[in-house]
Design a protein around this ligand. Structure first.
Ligand SMILES: NC(=O)c1ccc[n+]([C@@H]2O[C@H](COP(=O)([O-])OP(=O)(O)OC[C@H]3O[C@@H](n4cnc5c(N)ncnc54)[C@H](O)[C@@H]3O)[C@@H](O)[C@H]2O)c1
Length: 182
């Protein structure tokens, strides 16, 4: 897979951290990075929804490191960010129904975990923090096509957590001059 190359520079110059790297999107990012010889790929994942099978093919990659840990633990986030140039932040509890059943758990991973990762990335001086946002941030606004500035009221705890990510990312960009993309 990934015959089409989306990057311009040699990935062998850079180290990457993929949070939630055992999940659907994260493991595909890992596959891309491995195919194009990234210098180092680190994954942090607590395997709560992503199966270990998704990253098994990369375990033998000489510069691959798997950290089986939770982003709710700040020190694990700091450890994962060490020497990372770029962070792809994909770890989250993704289910809207699950967020309705257990909003506390969603908040812990998606908001507390998010700010742990963001602050650890800032402390580690990463070059860029790229995080997965969600169309849920558009809330109940029915306008099409979707535009970033046209939002409505959130419809679930999951949506609230994703909006909180946007707010923290904007503030971190301003106060710490971090390079962040959602
Ligand atoms: N798949 C989609 O259609 C979609 C759409 C919009 C946004 N997103 C966002 O993209 C990101 C990735 O989604 P996905 O579809 O790959 O989900 P996924 O559930 O397949 O992957 C998420 C990964 O994060 C891990 N994880 C969850 N909580 C964790 C924690 N506290 N600590 C460490 N690891 C944890 C899980 O074990 C899993 O491997 C999420 O932020 C999600 O909200 C996904």
């Amino acid at each position: 897979m990934y015959e089409k190359q989306y990057h311009e520079e040699d990935l062998n110059q850079y180290s990457f951290l993929v949070t939630g790297g055992a999940g659907f999107i994260g493991s595909n990012i890992v596959e891309y990075l491995a195919k194009y010889n990234a210098r180092k790929i680190t994954v942090i994942d607590n395997l709560s929804s992503g199966p270990i099978e998704n990253i098994k093919p990369f375990m033998n990659f000489k510069n691959f490191e798997f950290i089986n840990a939770d982003i709710k633990d700040y020190n694990s986030c700091l450890k994962a960010c060490k020497n990372a140039d770029f962070v792809f932040h994909e770890a989250a509890l993704c289910s809207v129904p699950r967020s309705v059943q257990n909003p506390v758990a969603t908040n812990e991973s998606n908001v507390d975990g998010f700010i742990n990762m963001l602050f650890a990335a800032k402390e580690s001086k990463v070059k860029r923090f790229i995080y997965a946002s969600s169309s849920s941030v558009y809330g109940d606004n029915k306008t099409l096509p979707k535009k970033e500035e046209i939002t409505g009221n959130p419809l679930s705890p999951y949506a609230v957590s994703k909006i909180a990510n946007e707010l923290y990312a904007g503030v971190f960009r301003k106060i710490y001059e971090m390079n962040i993309i959602g």
